[in-house]
Design a protein around this ligand. Structure first.
Ligand SMILES: [Zn+2]
Length: 444
């Protein structure tokens, strides 16, 4: 790789050494056997729980009230008796969740509110080394190194030509170019595509839906020569048709990157297709508060093994997933997820209490091309409101067919209202939110 401004300045940045040593450590631990990795994790779990008990008022009070002492935790089974922590609890007890006294300065942060209540949290400086180390290792699996050119297709504060000089300098230094997912027009996509053909990015990092839109543009306009080595998609689940389109247009694999603002990288897809959970996250899939077997759907609970300033211990992040068992053909011992199915808010419930993933709707509604956009709102287990924005409201005979179809899925007891509306407002983050559910599946 030719030296760049980034590679020349990198050794002088604070924390550079920490990052390098973490990268080395992660390069080793990924090859540990499943048993050795569990021992490696368990030691860190014990250390974290003991630290939280001693230094974090919330955990101290919680564990004391349940008569739990860290020294009693002698196995993973003992650890799994600890209570879960939810978003709501963190928001309510934010101040008591931190280890101010021993940990010093922490940075306040919050998640976006596009999928429910934002979570407020604090993170320590070490997060800035741990997280890039995990990300960089994942990219390394595809031969992309630190500081290589990155094209981003996601929500940005402003478009490139409106950036301040500071933002431009940062983009040049970090070798990043952004297409703003909140403002994707033919003109902005044409400009971005033209730039990328010459600039030759090593990778894309993108919202799947936004990148699929861009890929379609590139395909329709027969623009050739954009050939990244890896495409990282995040923030939303990449659907199979999106993956096929993106991989076809850019001739490159899509790597699913499961991350959350409060925890950073959680899992990264290897070239063999497995979504590997990073070793510094102890991830459990639970239903009725008990771990479920591989292959079964449940809620995700994560213990973050390197966050000490504000520990996350058995934190229910609000995602649903299915774990996988057995080793991956790539040889890494890191645990695997079969699928991150979606966010809890993406699920609807039938009158019989079965849950239905929100993906049912795009799948079903595509049979009615007159529907431009939809939003489903479920206030409780008996009611379902479907708002539809249509091309024309002249002939609505098809509505009864749609109603029958929905009744088949959601049950005859469900009160289904189908409303034709002129507009469906976007969220404050500029995203369309197709599913809004106030009901949780039974087993959560
Ligand atoms: Zn693998």
């Amino acid at each position: 790789m030719k030296p760049t401004l980034y590679s020349l300045l990198r050794p002088f940045w604070p924390g550079g050494e920490t990052l390098q040593s973490l990268k080395k450590e992660l390069a080793q631990t990924q090859w540990l056997s499943a048993e050795a990795l569990e021992a490696w994790q368990f030691e860190r779990i014990r250390r974290l729980v003991a630290y939280a008990y001693e230094n974090v008022p919330y955990y101290n009070e919680l564990y004391c009230s349940l008569d739990i002492h860290p020294e009693d935790i002698k196995s993973i089974g003992d650890f799994q008796k600890l209570p879960f922590v939810t978003r709501e609890e963190i928001n309510t007890h934010l101040r008591e969740m931190t280890a101010w006294k021993t940990h010093g300065k922490l940075l306040a942060d919050s998640t976006g509110g596009s999928t429910g209540e934002p979570l407020h949290f604090y993170r320590e400086k070490a997060f800035d080394w741990w997280d890039p180390a995990l990300e960089l290792r994942g990219r390394g699996w595809y031969g992309v190194g630190e500081g290589e050119k990155m094209a981003l297709v996601w929500g940005a504060k402003r478009d490139m030509h409106l950036q301040t000089w500071r933002e431009r300098f940062k983009a040049i230094l970090l070798q990043e170019r952004v297409l703003n997912a909140f403002n994707m027009t033919d003109a902005t996509m044409a400009e971005f595509a033209g730039m990328l053909v010459k600039w030759k990015p090593a990778m894309f990092r993108a919202y799947a839906s936004a990148l699929a839109l861009f890929a379609q543009y590139v395909k329709d306009h027969q623009i050739n020569g954009i050939r990244p080595r890896i495409i990282e998609t995040t923030a939303e689940k990449v659907t199979q048709p999106q993956r096929e389109l993106i991989e076809e247009v850019f001739q490159c694999k899509v790597a699913d990157w499961y991350s959350a603002r409060e925890l950073g990288t959680i899992a990264y897809q290897c070239p063999e297709g497995s979504l590997h959970v990073c070793e510094t996250r102890y991830l459990e899939v639970v239903a009725n508060d008990r771990p479920v077997k591989a292959g079964e759907l449940g809620e995700v609970a994560i213990t973050s093994l390197h966050q000490y300033g504000m520990p996350f211990i058995r934190y229910k992040i609000g995602d649903m997933a299915i774990a996988d068992d057995g080793p991956c053909t790539c040889g890494r011992g890191l645990p695997r997820l079969k699928e991150v199915v979606g966010r809890l808010q993406d699920f609807l419930v039938t009158s019989e209490g079965q849950f239905v993933h929100g993906g049912y709707f795009p799948h079903t509604l595509r049979h009615w091309p007159q529907i431009l956009r939809y939003q489903v709102y479920q206030p409780d287990r008996k009611h379902l409101e479907v708002r539809l924005m249509c091309k024309t409201s002249d002939d609505l005979a098809w509505i009864s067919n749609l109603r029958n179809e929905l009744r088949e899925c959601f049950g005859v007891q469900m009160n289904i209202s189908l409303n034709i509306v002129d507009e469906i407002p976007l969220t404050s983050a500029g995203k369309h939110r197709p599913i809004i559910s106030e009901v949780k599946p039974d087993f959560v």
